[in-house]
Write a new protein. Structure first.
Length: 213
């Protein structure tokens, strides 16, 4: 039954690349950071989505959603996660979209199934199309922000369950997702900042992505 892994499933895995990534930009917003999400497909193609206030730098108002296809394909290691070179490509791509330094990009990598990634893609596409038609979700830094957008996508893609503490502060969310993820990039951040205390930890409603007290 393990012939696909040369009868040694511990040493030889069967990576399929059907995964999700929570992408953190630790310096984009002072103290709090910013968050986006990626879907990674079996063939190595990647899509990145992000949510924020229309026009930027606003605590609330109309929301804006961007959906970008990467112009490269991820290469996977024997452990089923991207190689170091591919992680760097992902960081470079996301940093370019956000106008950030690639060295400030961090990622929580989640292994999922083909159906789960398809569900994440469908969710990202639905929201992006709604935004293109002027029907993007409203943005509210205290209730519906980039972190809740990322969490809702991870739940839609079955990368995480709506259990345990999660945070609406992107930089703290990265830390809280470390133990849930299959891999994290980078494993250590030498320039960690203390998240703003104005954003409490909370559970996120599976349907709305809002904080539940």
């Amino acid at each position: 039954m393990y012939s696909y892994a040369m009868n040694n499933p511990l040493a030889f895995t069967d990576p399929d690349g059907r995964d999700a990534i929570a992408v953190n930009f630790s310096k984009q917003v002072p103290m709090g950071g910013h968050e986006g999400i990626m879907s990674v497909h079996k063939d190595g193609t990647v899509q990145y989505a992000r949510f924020g206030p229309e026009g930027g730098n606003k605590p609330f108002g109309a929301g804006a959603v961007n959906w970008v296809d990467a112009n490269f394909k991820v290469q996977f290691g024997a452990n089923g996660v991207p190689t170091d070179a591919s992680y760097k490509q992902l960081a470079d791509m996301a940093a370019k979209v956000e106008g950030q330094d690639p060295s400030t990009v961090r990622m929580n990598y989640f292994k999922t199934s083909e159906a789960d990634t398809a569900a994440l893609d469908a969710w990202m596409k639905r929201i992006a199309e709604a935004a293109a038609n002027g029907k993007a979700p409203s943005y509210d830094v205290t209730r519906q922000n980039c972190a809740t957008f990322c969490i809702a996508g991870l739940i839609q893609g079955n990368a995480i369950q709506n259990k345990g503490p999660l945070s609406m502060t992107p930089n703290l969310l990265f830390e809280l997702l470390i133990n849930r993820a299959a891999d994290n990039y980078p494993h250590q951040d030498q320039n960690k900042e203390t998240p703003s205390k104005s954003h409490q930890n909370c559970l996120i409603d599976r349907n709305t992505g809002n904080c539940v007290q």
